[in-house]
Design a protein around this ligand. Sequence first.
Ligand code: KG4
Ligand code: ZN
Length: 333
Amino acid sequence: MNVLGIETSCDETAAAVVEDGRRIRSDVVSTQIEIHRRWGGVVPELASRNHVVQIMPVVDEAVTRAGGPAAVDAIAVTSGPGLVGALLVGVQVAKALAAAWEKPLVQVNHLEGHLLAAFLGEEPPTFPFLGLVVSGGHTSLYEARAFGDYRLLGQTRDDAAGEAFDKGAKLLGLPYPGGVAIDRLARAGDAKAIRFPRAIVKGADLDFSFSGLKTALLHHVRGHGVPEGQGLADLCASYQEAIVGALVQKAFRAARRFQLPTLVLAGGVAANGRLRAAAAERAAGYEDLRVVVPAPRLCTDNAAMIAVAGTHALERGLRAGADLNADPAWRLQ
Ligand code: KG4
Ligand code: ZN
């Protein structure tokens, strides 16, 4: 079964065709990063307007590369969570195509898409697994029991991990998206140069909190200014280490506590080089714990992951009607 996935929840206009939930036949992403960069973050109305411009060319390219409309068996679209005006563009196009081609339509939760991106890799995970979703809007730990069956184990109390990267980068005068800029600069830095606080959330040891870290960086910059050269690299590496340290510690704690043999990293922050390395290093200390991380381009927003989630939702008999709406606050589970 070939499923066309459509994704417009934030600042990426994406379409992809995936065969049997495993093999990518086409995967097109048009990013708006350059448009939002001058504002230092995603401007919702600009995102919607640009989705409207990009969506048809992007879908057309994905469908053509996969063999044309006749090769598409069903359509899956992200209907939440995300920016409502952005989501509506994808939802409306998906409904129109489903009606015109007389193909089944299914709605997909963006976070489930991130969790299932790992199934597009060479060695996909098996259920049950511990999924860490780290993106611009979410930082959550899920017990994934089966396709469509997820239990939330912990989440952030304030900023998402991606937000911590983006806001930290802004304080340092680095371009949006900050995670990418910090990741790159940190490679040449000493992560032990500056001690940042590790977030501890009283009474909920699988929850995260990153706002204190951001404040610590603000105080550091107020006291010392923004360094250049090696000093900036050290500051980035130290700040990144505080975020990555908290993510890895809690993800492994959850995996051990709930006896989940596989840890899946997902979402844009899972593209972070240090997070990928730190998770692999930590896993090497256990004989019975495997880490699965999608290729970096499948960690950040894409439509192939939406097609994967859609394929399994269709297999479970789920269908969306012509009245499908966006659900900007749709919670997974
Ligand atoms: O999943 P995603 O593409 O969009 C959302 O669903 O939010 O995640 C975007 C987030 C941004 O905060 C961005 O700074 C972060 O992922 N990100 C990274 C890296 N690449 C993207 N954070 C750290 N290191 C990276 N290499
Ligand atoms: Zn995302």
